[in-house]
Design a protein around this ligand. Sequence first.
Ligand SMILES: [Zn+2]
Length: 221
Amino acid sequence: MVISLRRRPSVRICHFSCAQISLTANLIAHLQSTWRSSVYDHFHAPTIVCHLDGHIMHKFMCRSIHPTICVSRADYEDSTSNLKRHIELCEPMDTPEAQTMQDFAHGVTYSWPQVRYLIAMWCVCSHCPFSIVEDREFQKLLQMLYLKIRLPSHFTIARDIRVITDSAETSLIKLFKVSTDSLVHLCVDGWTSPNVFSYLGITVHWHHQASIHHVLLDYVQ
Ligand SMILES: [Zn+2]
């Protein structure tokens, strides 16, 4: 039950077996000829789909940088709001400020510094390799949540973790200076990796408010 249309005024019918479609090819061509907005230029000629419950939808496929994305509209509607919304997300805005305003208006909470911070913390806390940010499936997952997400390279993640570590060092010194309610236990752990590199890790452990905390102080090769 699918009809594919060329741009007006010609119409090509691929399949026309649904009795619930009462519009003739001429009428459909007429409808298409009434679409004056330039937003239609962003899309391929629409495909008409008839659902079993009788609803007829126009499906507009993006012809720009996201050709797999489709925007649907009921056949009785002529509003271009959904089409415009797609274009705003699909095509880059002229300036970063305009882009930020646009995203804010659509309730987007994406922030490039926060993405870097959260990925760095995720790699550290969950022992993930930095190269996980370059995993194609992981990138697709995030792009599904926000189409224009920008992801850091594994070099950036490594740099960010060093910055976070330096910052944490200052906070830790401050914490130990004011905290006198617990003993601090230092631990040295040495081992050799399979590729015969020797490492020395220095950790500190302490008790605070009914829980035990650990921090890596240094890591020496
Ligand atoms: Zn598009």
